[in-house]
Design a protein around this ligand. Structure first.
Ligand SMILES: NC(=O)c1ccc[n+]([C@@H]2O[C@H](COP(=O)([O-])OP(=O)(O)OC[C@H]3O[C@@H](n4cnc5c(N)ncnc54)[C@H](OP(=O)(O)O)[C@@H]3O)[C@@H](O)[C@H]2O)c1
Length: 225
């Protein structure tokens, strides 16, 4: 299996990459810095291949072409990279430049990358897309606060639903996965171990053909939209 993980140089992306590599899959560990991608791939061993990929970059088609030349297909895309857990602001007075910047990485980034690699995913026999989301995007439970982050993840969840419907006939399983509150740089101290958060993402990346699609899931169980 060939898997591509964005933001793979630290936090959940790194742990997801490590686990997929340990399972024997080829993992394109991508990071926006080439050095960070190379260092991570070295640490993770032979199954890990470094790739420079900034999800806001204008070279996503070239990145996809490189993957196509090397492997001819892509089996799994994990849209993990994200920014701006904006605990410092509220929707009523939010800096909309910050909201736009978060959307570029957390929402348009995954959307653009999916469009770029979709021809490669269509060449896979078991294509999977995992959009790493957050319960903060649940409209059912939505309160105030973290407006840039929440809005970007709501968009990502909507994208998950649309793509799951549009790609169902092609066998592409598309799910949004919340890792829970995890002790990473973004989550801060107090969250659960990275391994626990990564497990549900790896599960969604390696679903059997009759697995769920269009789901919003944590630890393999549905969350309220
Ligand atoms: N931690 C939690 O409690 C929690 C809870 C719910 C959901 N999540 C979600 O889980 C995912 C991973 O979060 P995390 O906690 O592991 O975050 P993190 O530790 O802050 O790591 C974020 C990763 O994204 C990368 N990244 C940022 N902008 C990028 C870009 N433009 N292109 C490529 N990579 C980029 C970062 O790279 P650099 O090193 O270059 O900055 C880093 O590797 C995110 O989608 C997050 O929203 C996390």
């Amino acid at each position: 299996m060939i898997a591509l993980v964005t933001g793979a140089n630290r936090g959940l992306g790194r742990e997801v990459s490590r686990r997929l590599a340990d399972q024997g899959h080829t993992v394109l560990v991508s990071a926006r810095s080439a050095e960070a991608a190379e260092e991570t791939a070295r640490e993770l061993g032979r199954a890990a291949v470094p790739l420079r990929l900034d999800v806001t970059g204008d070279d996503l088609d070239e990145v996809a072409a490189t993957i196509g030349e090397r492997y001819g297909r892509l089996d799994v895309l994990v849209n993990n990279a994200a920014i701006t857990y904006d605990t410092w602001q509220r929707a009523v007075e939010a800096d909309l430049d910050v909201v736009r910047e978060a959307a570029e990485t957390n929402f348009y980034g995954p959307w653009r990358l999916i469009q770029a690699v979709l021809p490669l995913l269509r060449r896979s026999e078991h294509p999977r897309i995992v959009n790493v989301s957050s319960e903060a995007a649940s409209l059912t439970n939505m309160g105030g606060g973290t407006p840039a982050y929440n809005a970007s993840k709501v968009g990502l969840n909507a994208l998950t639903r649309m793509l799951a419907a549009e790609l169902r006939g092609d066998g592409v399983l598309v799910n949004a996965v919340c890792p829970g509150w995890v002790a990473t740089d973004m989550g801060g101290p107090g969250g659960r171990p990275v391994a626990d958060g990564a497990a549900g993402i790896v599960w969604a990346a390696t679903l059997p053909d009759d697995g769920p699609t269009g789901g919003f899931l944590r630890d393999g169980r549905p969350l309220p939209w």
